[in-house]
Design a protein. Sequence first.
Length: 149
Amino acid sequence: MRRWLFSVSRWAVIAGGVALALWGPAAMWKGWETIQIERGWSLFIAGAVATSGGLVTLALGAVLSRLDHWIRSAERRAEQAAARESAAARESLVSRLRAQTEDAPIEVDRYSSGGTVYVMFSDGSVELRGSGGARRFASVAELKAQVGV
């Protein structure tokens, strides 16, 4: 709503400036014919004031137009900066999650035999889970050497 109202008011100021700038010389022209009487001088002076007021109003309309463009470009830059920040935050989160998952091995396979559960991980380690607790071995070769499976 605010942007629409600002745009309408900007154009209204410009239209008013054009009307004054056009009416002023017309009034001066009409007053020039009757300048010997008081009404002619009044009309000529009012026309000169309207012309100068119209030009000033046109300048204000141009300033409002520039201000509107500046505000819109600032809003676009703020949106782009927010998008870049959120993309950087997402990338940071992804890299932290990637680092965590690279550090922690992922379970690859699991099977049970004789009441013991064998869990194999992505880094090659093996974990035995049984009634006596859990034991972790760095590799299947280490498991065979210690347990004799």
